[in-house]
Design a protein around this ligand. Sequence first.
Ligand code: AP5
Ligand code: ZN
Length: 218
Amino acid sequence: MKSQALIFLGAPGAGKGTQAREVSKEFGIPQISTGDILREAVKKGTPLGLAAKVKMEAGQLVPDEIVCGVVEERIGEPDCMSGFILDGFPRTIPQAQFVDRALENKGRGKPLVINIAVEQDVLLKRLTGRRTCSACGEIYNIYFNPPKAEAVCDKDGAKLLQRADDNEETIRQRLVAYDSQTRPLIDYYRQKNLLHDVEGNRDPEPIARDLIRFLKSA
Ligand code: AP5
Ligand code: ZN
């Protein structure tokens, strides 16, 4: 894999987090999820969390300058030296332009952008059914990938949690935000010849297998 910076693009529920975890394990590079970082900040009640909370609860995007600051700091950490996966960032054209500048400044070259495409009607069910392990972050789905025992993680027995923004009303807002602000990034990266499309309407395992094979050859 030549390109050190991977960007995972896709609607809410497309499977960015699920696939990024697999790619991170395979290549030993960190998964940087802006959603996870923001949720952690909300939980701790930090100034960042306070600034993000209202937007996240409403299913709207957190302002660019806040999210770009978070990413700038994170990609400067030592574990990002040999590459990283941006999961859920960039999500607006200004954020994409920020990534371009940041990579150029670090002499890292162009990113490789993975676009996971999933039909709209599937997304709602994926999101309302999602449960996440409170200890290890493993992602489950009560419809598509249920844990062996109800509401506990197969790996460590910890409690599974449902995200506050995975309710129907907020999901609809998140999908609106995706359509108006994030979808244009598909063309942005396609025009630059940096986009690789992945068919996301399949089980997670074949998607991960194809993706890893592609990345090994990229
Ligand atoms: P974030 O946490 O990034 O949420 P999101 O983009 O809405 O994406 P999701 O995490 O919901 O979906 P995913 O694609 O990772 O799917 P997953 O793999 O979990 O952002 C949350 C909020 O933070 C935003 O609304 C915004 O307010 C703020 N924010 C974050 N980044 C920002 C930014 N850059 N700028 C501004 N604001 C920002 O899978 C979903 C479910 O489907 C799971 O249950 C999973 O098990 C299941 N599943 C996955 N793949 C499959 C499959 N192939 N088949 C069947 N089920 C599957
Ligand atoms: Zn767990």
